[in-house]
Design a protein around this ligand. Structure first.
Ligand SMILES: [Zn+2]
Length: 142
């Protein structure tokens, strides 16, 4: 029975670590950190670091591994929050304003950067590609 607890504890370590790594990945994708509290991640990082030394003192392999597994991604998140604090939400599927080329969000009706009406002037990148291809084929026909 004890081996199940031992095994499940390692599953918990991986699970906790992946929990933070998914946040790292999400910030990497969208560059949006406005709703993330820097003090929260700094406090967690300090707590994990202190308990790492306790785990070393107690010679507990699983808690040493757990502290490292959560400390690393939480520290990366701290740097991501600092680096991206002035960035806007980014999504590779987002359309861009034809007038000023700024990235727009799907639901926006007006470009907040230049005031252009979005529905008429916004093209999705894929749609722009098809338009370019059509123009190319028309040129070849002419
Ligand atoms: Zn614009």
């Amino acid at each position: 029975m004890e081996w199940i607890l031992k095994y499940m504890s390692w599953v918990a370590v991986i699970s906790l670590s992946l929990g933070y790594w998914t946040q790292v990945y999400r910030i990497h994708l969208h560059k949006e950190v406005r709703d993330l509290a820097l003090p929260s991640y700094v406090l967690m990082s300090i707590g994990f670091a202190i308990l790492f030394f306790q785990a070393v003192k107690d010679e507990s392999t699983i808690f040493i591994a757990k502290q490292i597994a959560v400390f690393v991604p939480v520290t990366i998140i701290i740097f991501q929050i600092i680096i991206h604090r002035k960035d806007k939400w980014h999504d590779s599927h987002n359309p861009e304003c034809l007038s000023c080329k700024e990235e727009l969000e799907m639901t926006w009706k007006i470009c907040p950067y230049c005031g252009t009406d979005a529905p008429e002037f916004v093209l999705l990148p894929e749609f722009q590609k098809t338009l370019d291809e059509k123009k190319q084929s028309q040129k070849q026909q002419d």
